[in-house]
Design a protein around this ligand. Structure first.
Ligand SMILES: *Cc1c(COP(=O)(O)O)cnc(C)c1O
Length: 373
């Protein structure tokens, strides 16, 4: 029997997430790190892939420290992961101390005010509470700045009364191995650590930082995008597997005559008789409108061009040169996947894979598979 659910799904495009690729990517990063443990950054719902699916897979692979951005993300993750450290990068907002303790969450403290709040809360509960300390080394976004580090150096007792798990800092240009900021930040991190009480473990490298070499590894790495297949270094080979694939449903096929235009604004005009496939993926699904007449999809493993504007629910694709057997109404084309990778698509759109992944819409039918190699 054909159920309503099936008929409904059949009209939609499909997002397939291969948790096996995430698994393989975690193992690949662990190999690169040798004996240094590897955390998992699963903020923004696991970069759009679904933290509730990704985090348990990482846990199975031995990951015990997870980073999210917001307190709400941390609470949601705790429902899924009863064990393990869940650290919240955005810091401690006054008034949330009790809730942090209740849910067993670890704040990343970003200034001395937050340190004092956490110390005082520990004193009230009777024992120092665990936290991480973020020091700024050049991003100028979060973490103790130079003035606050001067205060700590003058009065180390400012950091008393907290159980420090790690001190961390964040690289701002690690995807470019030749950028001198990398070495500069590494030196600043070393100098900052020298001003802290001895013995606090350190965490520095994000995904790209892991590939800058062992001197960037310290005691814990914090990869995000590499778990999800993003290339660690621009312009170099990507050693990671892409876990996501979007198959877009062909809603209609038509022939347009030379001189006819396609889509809003008539911005694309056929120069020859063309076969146009209308595919169900638009900017409401995270298919960026900046890919109008720039994007590519793949049919039978061969790339072809998005022509005309990306609309809310659809793109139009020139399939004139494709094998007609590969394009039929109701069939699928590869919108994103092995041929058109997120990084390649991001390059065309003038953005980064991070933005593409975290923009994935909720309208695709999601399928999770687990095919580790
Ligand atoms: C997001 C984030 C990471 C992960 O970065 P990737 O480039 O995705 O590996 C690590 N550390 C901090 C502080 C972050 O904000």
């Amino acid at each position: 029997m054909v159920t309503t659910t099936f008929a409904f799904d059949a009209a939609l495009s499909r997002l397939t997430i291969d948790l096996g690729a995430v698994r393989d990517n975690y193992r690949r990063l662990c190999r690169e790190l040798g004996d240094v443990p590897c955390a998992g950054v699963v903020k923004a719902d696991g970069y759009g892939l679904g933290a509730d699916h990704v985090a348990p897979v990482l846990y199975e692979e031995g990951c015990r420290i997870f980073f999210v951005a917001t307190f709400d993300e941390a609470v949601a993750l705790r429902q899924i992961l009863p064990e393990g450290t869940i650290a919240c990068l955005n810091g401690l907002l006054p008034g949330t101390e009790t809730a942090y303790v209740e849910h067993g969450l670890t704040p990343v403290l970003n200034d001395l005010g937050q340190v004092a709040l956490w110390r005082d809360h520990g004193a009230r509960t009777g024992a120092p509470l665990a936290a991480m300390l973020h020091v700024d080394t050049g991003m100028n976004r979060l973490g103790l700045d130079g003035r606050e580090m001067d205060r700590v150096a003058e009065d180390p007792s400012l950091l008393d009364g907290v159980d420090w798990l790690y001190v961390l800092s964040h690289l701002c240009a690690a995807d470019d191995p030749d950028n001198p900021m990398n070495a500069q930040q590494l030196a600043r991190f070393g100098a900052a650590r020298a001003r802290l009480p001895a013995g606090i473990k350190a965490s520095f490298a994000n995904s790209s930082g892991i590939f800058l070499g062992p001197e960037y590894h310290h005691d814990l790495a914090r990869p995000g995008i590499a778990l999800y297949g993003g290339r660690p270094s621009a312009g170099r080979d990507n050693p990671l597997r892409c876990p996501i694939r979007i198959d877009g449903r062909i809603l209609q096929l038509r022939t347009v005559e030379p001189g006819w235009t396609v889509g809003y604004g008539g911005s694309w005009r056929a120069e020859r008789e063309s076969r146009i496939a209308t595919v169900a993926a638009g900017y409401a699904d995270g298919y960026l409108r900046s890919l109008s007449s720039l994007g590519r999809v793949a049919v039978g493993g061969r790339p072809c061009n998005v022509v005309g504007r990306v609309s809310m629910d659809m793109i139009t694709v020139d399939v004139t040169d494709m094998d007609p057997a590969d394009v039929a109404p109701g069939g699928m084309v590869e919108v994103l996947g092995p041929t058109v990778t997120p990084d390649a698509m991001a390059d065309l759109a003038g953005t980064i894979g991070y933005e593409l992944l975290t923009s994935l819409g909720s309208r695709y039918v999601r399928h999770y598979v687990d095919g580790a190699e």
